[in-house]
Design a binder for this molecule. Structure first.
Ligand code: NDP
Length: 392
């Protein structure tokens, strides 16, 4: 007799985004294993309404209060509760019917829900890397008291799976692969001229706007270095980055004996999302199969840290420690938004973050307020730099 499949309650925070919508495709592929119990978004009322009508979760939340009012009016009579604002996000993150919480919110607004999910003892499938960058120490201390964290980022998902059954003391280094983004191989002179459209045209991944720009500056890789430091307890000196334009090798672990373990697949975020939701099981069939013969060659190269200065800034903030990574992340969020609004040039993103870090003296992270205060300082500093129009 076939074993009875267990159905897991799933809360998707950021369900209207790139990761959120792909997570719902994973749900569609496994309706007997995953049941949506909560959905959240910021302002996209149309899409959240249609998701709510389709998946019928008992709880939905809009982070924006006006959008929540509109959604509540539209869902009247359905029996679906509509929560609002930051408290509503916390309610969804700690929702009793959820076994697993996928945090696919963009930006450090995802940190309080990350802490709430772990505080409620949930399995947290974490796509929101800014949580780890802004408040890695808080996330680790929440994990010590309960909950479980499975990374969704494809690089960290790859490392997580390469480490299954291994002794962490045998790890020599972790190697994060980087596609290099749309500007791989360009000079700084060429980067001075690039547009928002150029930056959003990622060669291998289709993603939200903020992470697409982060990929173009290589800050995405920098955020991932910090995320890897906290997730796998590896010192920064032993976290390496390797350019790999095909995005097929998602990352590697180097062991003491010189062996390299890697995880490979054609780029498709539904795989690491499904891995995080199914762990420790693996669910088939796959969305896409990887035919290595058809892919042809895979290439690797050193990353050009001279041209893409954001990666080095992330290592610097990580090594400074304490609140420095929250400042790095918040200054980046402000600068990326200003670039997307065409208020600053591409290279000014790096200039703003550098100036914010230069002007900041980090302090230890003891509680969420320490992170929020550092972020407030960094956002104000970065906003002033944007307004001044004199960054580089
Ligand atoms: P998107 O911009 O596509 O989606 C973001 C989601 O978060 C949307 O549902 C959005 O709602 C919601 N949201 C935005 N701001 C807030 C806020 N202040 N409070 C609450 N909810 C908010 O982002 P992605 O899906 O691309 O990325 C999500 C996270 O996953 C990021 O941390 C990113 O770095 C990470 N990630 C993404 C990958 C990808 O392939 N996209 C790969 C690996 C990691 P609304 O639609 O209403 O604005």
């Amino acid at each position: 007799m076939a074993a009875c499949k267990e159905t897991r309650g799933l809360a998707v925070l950021g369900s209207t985004g790139s990761i959120g919508t792909q997570a719902l495709e994973v749900v569609d592929a496994h309706p007997d294993r995953l049941r949506v119990v909560a959905l959240t978004a910021q302002r996209n009322v149309d899409l959240l309404e249609s998701q709510a009508r389709r998946y019928r979760p008992p709880l939905v939340c809009m982070a924006d209060a006006a959008a929540a009012g509109e959604l509540s009016r539209r869902l009247e009579g359905t029996g679906i509760e509509v929560a609002a604002g930051p408290d509503g996000l916390l309610e969804a993150a700690a929702y009793p019917l959820a076994d697993t919480v996928l945090n696919a919110i963009v930006g450090s607004a995802g940190l309080p829900p990350t802490l709430a999910a772990l505080g409620a003892g949930k399995r947290l499938a974490l796509a929101n890397k800014e949580s780890m960058v802004a408040g890695g120490e808080l996330v680790l201390s929440a994990l010590r008291t309960g909950g479980e964290l499975i990374p969704v980022d494809s690089e960290h998902g790859a490392i997580f799976h390469c480490l299954r059954g291994e002794d962490v003391n045998d790890v020599e280094a972790v190697i994060l692969t980087a596609s290099g983004g749309p500007f791989y191989g360009r000079s700084r002179e060429e980067l001075a001229e690039v547009t928002v459209e150029d930056a959003l045209a990622h060669p291998t991944w289709s993603m939200g706007r903020k992470i697409s720009v982060d990929s173009a500056t290589l800050m995405n890789k920098g955020l991932e270095v910090i995320e890897a430091h906290f997730l796998f307890a590896v010192p920064y000196e032993r976290i390496k980055v390797l350019a790999h334009p095909q995005s097929v090798v998602h990352s590697l672990v180097e062991f003491k004996d010189g062996s390299l373990a890697a995880q490979l697949s054609v780029p498709d975020m539904r795989l690491p999302i499904a891995l995080a939701l199914s762990y420790p099981e693996r669910w088939g069939p796959p969305f896409l199969r990887t035919d290595l013969a058809k892919l042809g060659g895979l290439s690797f190269a050193a990353v050009d840290v001279e041209t893409f200065g954001c990666l080095e800034l992330a290592y610097r903030a990580g090594k400074e420690g304490g609140t420095a990574t929250a400042v790095l992340n918040a200054a980046n969020e402000v600068a990326v938004e200003a670039f997307l609004q065409r208020r600053i040039a591409f290279l000014e993103i790096e200039g703003i973050i550098r100036k914010a870090l230069d002007a900041y003296r980090p302090s230890p992270v003891r509680c969420l307020d320490d992170v929020l205060a550092a972020e407030e300082w960094a956002r104000a500093k970065a906003a002033r730099l944007v307004d001044s129009g004199r960054v580089c």
